[in-house]
Write a protein that binds this ligand. Sequence first.
Ligand code: ZN
Length: 288
Amino acid sequence: MQSEILRSSPVTPTFDLDKQGVQHGFLRLPYSRDDSAWGSVMIPIAIIRNGSGPTALLTGGNHGDEYEGPIALFDLARTLDAGMVSGTVIIVPAMNYPAFRAGTRTSPIDKGNMNRSYPGKPDGTVTQKIADYFTRELLPRADVVLDFHSGGRTLDFVPFAAAHILPDKVQEAKGFDAVKAFSAPWSMRMLEIDAVGMYDTTVEEMGKVFVTTELGGGGTARAETVAIAKRGAMNVLRHSGIVSGHPIGRTGVAPAEIRTKLTGLLAARHFPGLVKPGDCVAVVGTVD
Ligand code: ZN
């Protein structure tokens, strides 16, 4: 048997993906063209890491004319502090960055529909190269994956979060639990008519927990749907144990338990009862 040697990705991040703390930078993809002979596509990426907990990969702009995801994720990348995180949050607000800049569903470079280009090719088109980088470099790092969509210019949806009906029922249940935690006004169980080439399919075949959304559309965004996206992203991070707190906005979700590693006396607790990420919830005094 002959084994194929897989080409390495031409994409390089502008910072060390494994560094602790908050990093803002780009995924640099060389793209030689008329107006920039040695130019590159620079895809914004932020990584917020604190310790060795689970990893969430949050993406928007898979289609370039869907705005709730990018707005919520550029905002989250700016405001999420490493102190609020136990684990890692990888944020790519505009996955198909050329399409996002053009405000179109597909890439103006190669007409690539990102969500029909997976798992991608390291020596393919620009869109396929981005997909390949996600498949081989970013997705293997992730435990939970949230990909924001809206209707784009040609559809307008009621705002919903969704997971797929899957052959693996344990994985399916985890997906629906995360959808429930997202707490969109509507939740959907989806079965694709043609799942080949979708980011969703690649993520699910790797066994990851996957949540997608459709939050409005019409090639625009509303404050109300952006707020749903922001709240949903934080709720999925809380649900995954990456950000502490309890997803509120829906009944029937178990409260998060906070356990101290110390033995001692509960010397103080937060008042009033409602806490937010970053609060001191309790003080434990050790006895000697
Ligand atoms: Zn979409």
